[in-house]
Design a protein around this ligand. Structure first.
Ligand code: NAG
Ligand code: NAG
Ligand code: NAG
Ligand code: NAG
Ligand code: NAG
Ligand code: NAG
Ligand code: NAG
Ligand code: NAG
Ligand code: NAG
Length: 627
């Protein structure tokens, strides 16, 4: 049966009856959660370029935070297969410093794009004024294998997913639902996989490699109004050209007009800049848990606003605890247990309890094989990643993490020295040595100076000065007993994901690969292009608030090397620590290519249905050995 695709063409029309509103482009969109991208853009472009703000953001803050960035010198010539992410960071900043911009938006978007295109999800510039919007396309795509051939399709379950965005969204567009499952012939005139690659290179920016399906359907910002597709509807043979509109979703702070937009969303607020923790009344040492290091990416397309829904969470009945980020279930046949670990960003006790109850439930059910599903896991607490590795591999392996270090730039050295002089400890700072341990497992004392002597390495012809290396001290945070031996033979443990596995998730899967040699499989993604299973693998990330607080707490805000307070609301986050690979201790794991042993395309049946994609994975070597 042939049914034409008619969809998506009717757009909301904005009333200009109110002449005050039409002269203030921000008043036009005030109070709305969904709007046309062009209307949002008119508001954002109404703020003129301001040299004072450029110097504050670029020269006085961001370029000084880059001094702490572990990968700065690597970017001069990124090793294969990551060579595309090569850029001279200082030269790029200097160019942005001298470019003429018409508006504040143009400056910030140029800077945003430059940092995003470094493809390190730990290192991002988020100017809230311009990143509190997400553009939503009512036509998410996926790569599926149909009759043995992989192609790009509009998601088959469009009809179920799009209404989840609410009527404020669907009222702005007319959707003809038979576009669901349509085969995509081209996007913006390009072969669809080529266009997806272009988006991964220029828009998504979280991963050094990019065979993944990135942000086509939900990019940050309001840069584009529509995409033109050539489609063949399901059950048809006719190619139709359709222009699919984006609708912008605003998730910032309320405003009524241009002035209040700027005041509420663009200017620095009480939470923008760091604090001196010595003066903080919130530090009560009896109750305060230790400050915990984070390794994560901020993917505004999923973590903020109204992300396009995904259905990666299993629908099977779960076993063990399921209140947190872990959902566990037993596959039909009762041989294999699956732990879906959606994130490492969870309450410490909850995560550890849920791990124990999942493993206990699997053992009670007589399960002998274990699959860890890490699809769409953007990371979280470094110590929860190490905990899961330790729990699965047993206490007998000893230290469950990587060797780590920070850059020993002159200001970092001063921070450590000053923290020691002030008698600070890990309640105040991530720089004090008691956060870390010597290689023999002994926790360092807060008074140890691990910057002296420093460790000099030459990266791409530049001398890079690092601290001494150290271990994490995650076992101080374990609240459950760790079995001495692995609860499941590690030969019978496998990891699966869709390649979206960043930071702490990347570190966990890299440890499971490098040390435990578990099998890893990646589902989906672009065919004939490698996908690293470990997504973006940095280590601890510091938000702008965190590094600024380190400096203020060490009484060094007046140092000539210290970054200034931001005048605008925003976050410049950076990868602050390196994790060094077990395979080659001279290489950060971020630059060691580690491919999954198995790749599988999604099919119509398995797409977005983890139990099915695990259960139906067929007679290949991975499935035979795991299921
Ligand atoms: C829809 O938008 C209106 C304002 O335009 C708002 O009051 C209402 O809460 C929104 N509805 C939902 C479900 O977000
Ligand atoms: C530029 O921004 C600074 C800091 O917010 C402000 O004081 C100044 O008035 C602005 N300049 C112009 C010309 O608006
Ligand atoms: C930008 O230009 C100003 C003025 O020439 C200069 O003081 C500053 O150091 C430059 N900043 C960067 C990051 O190049
Ligand atoms: C395509 O045809 C199949 C079998 O006739 C039918 O089940 C399915 O609903 C059709 N799909 C669409 C989008 O019309
Ligand atoms: C923003 O608007 C919502 C709903 O219109 C309201 O509940 C909330 O209090 C407002 N927030 C501020 C900061 O004005
Ligand atoms: C964790 O498990 C312990 C012991 O079973 C229980 O007392 C505690 O309430 C649990 N905590 C959470 C957050 O699940
Ligand atoms: C950290 O320092 C505070 C303030 O001096 C002190 O109360 C606390 O006990 C110290 N923490 C540790 C673990 O020594
Ligand atoms: C561990 O190593 C440190 C630094 O070399 C040393 O001071 C400490 O005594 C060692 N601890 C043990 C238990 O050997
Ligand atoms: C943590 O692990 C190290 C070895 O990696 C060990 O020396 C130390 O005693 C452990 N600490 C705790 C509190 O378990």
């Amino acid at each position: 049966m042939f049914r034409p695709i008619l969809f998506l063409l009717a757009l909301a029309s904005v009333s200009f009856a109110d002449s005050d509103k039409s002269s203030d482009p921000c008043a036009v969109i005030a109070g709305k959660s969904f709007m046309l991208p062009s209307d949002a853009l008119a508001c954002l472009k109404s703020f003129p370029f301001n040299e004072t703000l450029r110097q504050n953001v670029l020269t006085d803050t961001i370029s000084r935070v880059f001094d702490f960035y572990t990968f700065e010198d690597y970017y001069l010539d990124s090793p294969p297969p990551f060579q595309e992410s090569t850029v001279n960071i200082r030269a790029a900043l200097a160019a942005i410093n001298t470019t003429k911009y018409a508006t504040d938006y143009d400056f910030n978007v140029d800077l945003y794009n430059f940092v995003t295109r470094m493809n390190d999800g730990h290192t991002r510039w988020f100017p809230d004024c311009y990143t509190n919007f997400q553009n939503l396309l009512p036509a998410p795509i996926v790569s599926l294998e149909v009759d043995g051939i992989q192609s790009v399709y509009i998601i088959p379950d469009l009809v179920e997913l799009i209404p989840l965005l609410g009527t404020n969204y669907t009222d702005l567009i007319k959707i003809c639902w038979n576009s669901a499952g349509a085969k995509v012939i081209s996007i913006e005139g390009q072969e669809p996989y080529t266009y997806v690659d272009f988006i991964a290179k220029t828009v998504s920016g979280n991963y050094l490699d990019h065979g993944r399906f990135g942000d086509l359907a939900g990019p940050t910002g309001v840069a584009q109004d529509s995409l033109t597709f050539e489609l063949i509807a399901a059950n048809s043979t006719k190619i139709e050209t359709v222009t699919v509109p984006y609708i912008a979703n605003f998730f910032g702070t309320n405003f009524t007009d241009r002035e209040s937009y700027w005041a509420n969303n663009c200017l620095a607020n009480a939470d923008t800049n760091g604090v001196d923790f010595k003066l903080s009344t919130e530090l009560t040492f009896d109750t305060l848990p230790r400050k915990q290091p984070m390794g994560n990416i901020i993917d505004k397309s999923t973590s903020n606003g109204v992300g396009l829904p995904t259905q990666f969470e299993p629908t099977f009945p779960t076993v063990g605890g399921d209140q947190g980020v872990i959902k566990s279930y037993v596959l039909p046949g009762k041989k294999t247990g699956v732990m879906f670990v959606g994130s490492f960003d969870d309450d410490f006790t909850q995560f550890q309890n849920d791990t124990v109850s999942a493993i206990t439930a699997f053992q009670k059910a007589g399960v002998t094989r274990l699959i860890i599903d890490l699809s769409n896991n953007g990371g979280g607490f470094i110590c929860l990643g190490q905990f899961l590795h330790q729990y699965l591999a047993g206490a007998r392996i000893g230290y469950p993490g990587f060797q780590s270090s920070v850059r020993a730039n002159p200001l970092a050295r001063k921070i450590v020295a000053s923290d020691i002089e002030l008698g600070l400890n890990d309640s105040f700072s991530f720089y004090t040595a008691d956060n870390y341990a010597f290689f023999n497992g002994t926790q360092m004392s807060a008074a140890d100076d691990y910057m002296t002597p420093d460790v000099t390495v030459v990266i791409n012809g530049r001398t890079d000065v690092n601290s001494q290396r150290f271990h994490d001290t995650c076992n101080l945070t374990y609240v459950v007993p760790i079995p001495n031996n692995p609860p499941f033979d590690l030969q019978n443990v496998a990891i699966v994901s869709n390649g979206n596995c960043a930071s702490t998730c990347a570190m966990f899967s890299t440890l499971m690969n490098e040390r435990e040699h578990v099998k890893i499989a990646v589902w989906g993604g672009k065919p004939f292009e490698n996908v690293e299973f470990k997504g973006m693998a940095g280590n601890q990330v510091l938000e702008w608030f965190d590094i600024d607080s380190e400096i203020k707490t060490a009484n060094l805000k007046d140092d000539p090397l210290a970054p200034a307070d931001l005048l605008v609301s925003g976050d410049f986050r950076h990868n602050w620590r390196t994790a060094w690979s077990y395979f080659d201790e001279n290489e950060p794991i971020a630059y060691v290519s580690e491919l999954p042993r198995f790749r599988f395309p999604y099919t119509l049946e398995t797409y977005n249905n983890p139990p099915k994609f695990v259960a139906l994975c067929g007679g290949n070597a991975f499935c035979i050995s795991v299921l």
